[in-house]
Write a protein that binds this ligand. Sequence first.
Ligand SMILES: [Zn+2]
Length: 81
Amino acid sequence: MRYVAVVCPRCGMASAARSGAKSHVCPFCGARIDLERASAIASGSAEEVRRAVARHNEAARRRAEARRGGGRGEGERSDAN
Ligand SMILES: [Zn+2]
């Protein structure tokens, strides 16, 4: 079975949907995504799509965290590269 990784237009998170489906519900915010209009960032096997989703969401989460906690550098986690 083939899958596509789509980005939710509402929350910006990616999730995997079945290729050929018409719509998909975002697991993060519950928005219904029209797969014919949504931008797919990857397609292929479940494995490939899952990786693309994870990569996209990790970047999105980092951006969100940077925006939220801008300023204070000290904390329990300091794994800066
Ligand atoms: Zn969403």
